[in-house]
Design a protein around this ligand. Structure first.
Ligand code: NDP
Length: 483
């Protein structure tokens, strides 16, 4: 795929430049070079997008679920047919290995769209019978214009995770991808045209969060916001949107515990723990960054885990042997590195990694960090409380179930947790007590799109996924008919 020089906004079915004429640089983390330019959109572009969405809403919201199903299914097919182009764009933009873009990001994106396109065909609502006197039924109607804002770590995957249910339910959307990874959203706009998505149904605005993103949140005609990103940004969005009584779904940060009991299947656990620590450079909100290991197997775990971490191949995202590509941006790499420095100040010992890798040749100037394992920190050190969102994990021994549950729950986050044990009763008992929206037992990142997804505490408000998403993107209205 030839890199696109100037990305455009997608408003009312047309690819258009930003009103201001200003563009931002799009840097590839692969080599740190600017390879395209992104609209530096503002409130004026958002206003046009909202107007286009409002014009499209009456027809799209009433055309029937089957029509929406057909169009969205075509869109999913087009992404699937162009998987290679999408995967290449995703890796160039985000630095992730092409093997991951091909096998996870892009396939999940088209399956998100297909899943919600079919789900809307089966979506039903409740009725409540009042003993021969009256009947209530719940009308679930599309809300109107929805704002969807997504992050850079799984760009198209998380973008479609919001857009697909919103559109399937009959809403029109104004969406903003992260300014760090805009390319696959731009390709999606082109695919919308080919799929026959009516003009204005989906509008994509590129630009900076505090400018274009905030304009979406502030716009009075946008009635609901679905946001995935950091907890600090989520708080800011809630501060603006709550007084306007917008419906809000916030999927935020995490600091997920990985709890390993001595009776686990060691080989399977070590294989998956390596994945849950370093997949996508640890830049998945569900990665387990705090690893608690029951003391009898702590030393064995440490030796094997560090050995395998040292074997991971870091480098060219476009080589099939690469395990870890580039970190998404220079500023993020510096933030992650600052946490490695903090860990040392707090008394942690770096067992492997811990450094920025200066690459040569075509990767020169790119953003590469070695996967890092740290031990010797108490569970309440800052390194163990704050989200790092990079290839950095800490390992800690524990002695009792009660102790490890209290460690796991001691942070402000509550997104996901992983438990490794062969004792089903214990797995159940611990899963019940963990403060996390998603708990995996003897596996990690096994995802069924029908399940509720989201976090507790500072990891978010509301749930997405399956029927939860369709409920979020519709307004329930009770109609009571007296006989
Ligand atoms: P940010 O919160 O920085 O950004 C997320 C999105 O919000 C981006 O599109 C960003 O735009 C935009 N944004 C930033 N500021 C504002 C604002 N004031 N108003 C409106 N929009 C704004 O998160 P990151 O992109 O850095 O993503 C990483 C974070 O996302 C991590 O904390 C991670 O845990 C979390 N995450 C949570 C998931 C979950 O399901 N719970 C899943 C994946 C990630 P721009 O990038 O252009 O600034």
């Amino acid at each position: 795929m030839k890199p696109v020089k100037y990305i455009k906004n997608y408003i009312g079915g047309a690819l258009v430049p930003p009103d201001s004429g200003d563009y931002l640089d799009n840097v590839s983390p692969f080599n740190g070079e600017v390879y395209s330019h992104i609209p530096d959109s503002d409130a004026s572009d958002v206003k046009k997008a909202v107007e286009a969405a409002e014009r499209a809403f009456p027809e799209w919201s009433t055309c029937g679920a089957e029509k929406r199903f057909r169009i969205l299914t075509r869109l999913a097919d087009i992404i699937e047919q162009n998987l290679e182009d999408f995967a290449h764009a995703e890796s160039l933009d985000s630095g992730k290995p092409i093997t991951m873009s091909r096998s996870v990001d892009i396939p999940r994106a088209h399956s998100n769209i297909r899943f919600f396109a079919t789900a809307i065909m089966h979506f039903a609502s409740e009725s409540h019978h009042m003993e021969g006197d009256a009947i209530n039924f719940t009308l679930r109607q599309p809300i109107g214009v929805i704002g969807c804002i997504s992050p850079w770590n799984l760009p198209l995957y998380l973008f479609t995770w919001k857009i697909a249910p919103a559109l399937a339910a009959g809403n029109c959307v104004v969406a903003k991808p992260s300014e760090i990874t805009p390319m696959t959203a731009f390709l999606l706009a082109k695919a919308c045209d080919e799929a026959g998505v009516p003009p204005g149904v989906l509008n994509i605005i590129h630009g900076l969060g505090p400018k274009a993103g905030q304009a979406i949140v502030e716009h009075p005609k946008i009635k609901a916001i679905s946001f995935t990103g950091g907890t600090t940004t989520g708080r800011e969005i809630a501060r603006i949107a709550a007084p306007m009584f917008k419906k809000l779904s916030l999927e935020l940060g995490g600091k997920n515990p990985n709890i390993i009991f001595a009776d686990c299947d060691f080989d399977k656990m070590i294989f998956d723990t390596l994945r849950s620590s370093f997949s996508n450079n640890g830049q998945i909100c569900l990665c387990g960054s705090r690893i608690f290991v029951e003391r009898p197997i702590y030393e064995k775990f440490k030796e094997e885990f560090v050995k395998r971490t040292r074997f991971l191949k870091i480098g060219d995202p476009f080589l099939p042997i690469t395990d870890l590509g580039a970190i998404s941006s220079k500023s993020h790499m510096e933030k992650v590195f600052s946490y490695i420095e903090l860990a040392k100040v707090e008394g942690g010992e770096i067992l492997c990694g811990g450094n920025i890798i200066e690459q040569e040749g075509k990767l020169e100037g790119g953003f590469y960090l070695s996967p890092t394992v740290i031990e010797g920190l108490p569970h309440d050190a800052r390194t163990n409380r704050e989200e790092i969102f990079g290839p950095v994990v800490t390992i800690m021994p524990f002695d009792t179930e009660e102790e490890v549950i209290s460690y796991a729950n001691s942070v402000v986050y509550g997104l996901s947790a992983t438990i490794w044990t062969k004792d089903v009763t214990r797995a159940n008992r611990v899963a019940e007590k963990l403060e996390a929206g998603v708990v995996w037992v003897n596996c990690w990142l096994k995802r069924d799109l029908r399940t509720p997804f989201g976090g507790m505490k500072s990891s978010g408000v509301g749930r997405e996924g399956g029927l939860e998403a369709l409920r979020f993107f519709t307004e329930p209205k009770n109609v009571c008919i007296k006989y």
